[in-house]
Design a protein around this ligand. Structure first.
Ligand code: GLC
Length: 435
């Protein structure tokens, strides 16, 4: 029987819990039609028709060093790239298929270049791998609710051998776990209906992965998807339990704990606009200040944020995304101590923002100004050792003003005469507490 080992688990999760912030990259043939990575399914495009993008694919600007640098400058600590998405196209040189980047005009193993570039920046390396495969003949077509050819009589599932597909899928996972050095994150996607757990031969798959990559951190989508928490949350871990929960396009309202109340590792994956893959007309980007606050929200609830970019057909991260990353980076440069290694704390969420905590340091994130001195509710007055403005390190005095004499138990910080906050996105006060 499978024995979950919490000590091993905590050890492999250590860097990930410190990191808090990563980059997701969705990239593939679908960058050319530029209507999102699901277009083959949403528009029910036959394989033959989709192949035109395969023949055209030639990302002349592909330079993963630029991607890695952008991630690093934004303060991200890890990167996860779609080695293969649902369309089945491989960005790596798989010996088990012809449907791969090395057979396109670009002729390169894009994953090999990516892992090298990301490592060179000192970032942790992640690969996303789709469990669904709309290219493989043995993956269910007609009866599968996601397949592009669903419900189409010409694509009956009669002679399809799902086990043959699983052999193929397992072989490819073996390739990515063997040929690209040490992987830090393996991001499987996703389970649905009866396609979950042992249907993927998940125990066998994970045993193989763990034998090749003993410390790789794996998401929970061999069991669930963006919906569902997985067996670790149930306190009944399967051999293929995920290491973290992967809420998608949502930040859990209260953070996440397992059935017994222990905090769970989780990572909210979030798009910058409304799409994962490059989209030609989706210009609904979330403003950088908002994303900074959302990162803080994740950390204040004990989670990570995996923020997505969708490079275009040439391999460039869209300029809007680059600008957002730069703004985030500027803030992170001065305020990262309130993110890395931080987590939730037991104080109530203040009206003006949020709190993150690293040991005896509490970070009060001010999204909004206050009228008068800033109430640091929940701190014991005689234990406050010092208060500093995180971005500059300058001393913030405890207020002695008469205006809060009605609230003798609350510590107030005195930000001085300027009613406007020095940082209009998030001004962080670092409070060090003594014993
Ligand atoms: C999904 C999607 C998808 C995206 C993703 C990211 O469930 O199918 O296209 O890659 O998860 O979380």
């Amino acid at each position: 029987m499978y024995q979950f080992n919490r000590e091993d688990y905590d050890k492999r999760m250590e860097w990930y819990r410190q990191a808090r912030f990563g980059m997701f990259i969705h990239w593939g043939l679908y960058a050319i039609p530029a209507r999102g990575e699901w277009l083959r399914s949403t528009e029910q495009i036959p394989k033959e028709e989709y192949m035109k993008y395969f023949y055209e694919f030639d990302p002349r600007d592909y330079d993963p060093k630029k991607w890695a640098r952008a991630a690093k400058n934004a303060g991200m600590k890890y990167v996860v790239l779609t080695a293969k998405h649902h369309d089945g196209f491989c960005l790596f040189d798989s010996q088990y298929t012809d449907f791969k980047s090395t057979n396109t005009r670009c002729g390169r193993d894009l994953v090999a270049e990516y892992v090298e570039a990301v490592r060179a920046e000192g970032l942790k390396v992640g690969l996303y791998f789709s469990l669904l495969d709309w290219y493989h003949e043995d993956y269910p077509h007609y009866a599968d609710r996601n397949h592009p050819m669903r419900g189409n009589e010409a694509y009956s599932d009669e002679n399809r051998d799902f086990n043959r597909y699983l052999d193929y899928m397992h072989n490819q996972v073996q390739e990515i776990c063997t040929n690209y050095g040490k992987l830090d994150v393996l991001w499987f996607d996703f389970s649905y209906d009866d396609m979950r757990g042992e249907k993927w031969r998940a125990t066998e798959l994970i045993n193989m992965v763990r034998s090749l990559q003993p410390t790789v951190i794996i998401d929970n989508r061999l069991e669930v998807s963006g919906e569902g928490f997985g067996s670790l949350a149930e306190c009944a871990p399967t051999p293929y339990h995920g290491d973290f929960v992967s809420p998608e396009q949502i930040i859990p309202p209260k953070g996440l704990t397992d059935k017994e109340g222990k905090p769970l590792a989780w990572e909210a994956c979030v798009t910058m606009n409304g799409n994962w893959g490059y989209h030609g007309t989706d210009r609904f980007f979330k403003p950088a200040p908002m994303l900074i606050k959302k990162l803080v929200e994740c950390v204040s609830k004990g989670g990570n944020m995996l923020l997505n970019v969708g490079p275009d057909a040439y391999g460039n991260i869209p300029p809007q995304s680059m600008e957002i990353l730069e703004t985030i980076g500027k803030w992170m440069r001065y305020n990262h101590d309130s993110i890395y290694g931080c987590g939730a704390c037991d104080l109530p969420k203040p009206d003006f923002g949020r709190i993150t905590r690293n040991g005896n340091r509490y970070y009060f994130h001010m999204f909004e100004n206050t009228i008068g001195p800033v109430p640091l509710i929940g701190l014991e007055k005689d234990k406050v050792k010092k208060i500093r403005a995180l971005s500059t390190g300058y001393e913030i005095p405890v207020s002695t003003s008469w205006v809060h004499s009605d609230y003798p138990d609350i510590v107030f910080a005195d930000l001085g005469p300027d009613p406007v906050l020095p940082d209009d996105i998030d001004y962080v006060l670092e409070v060090e507490m003594g014993e």
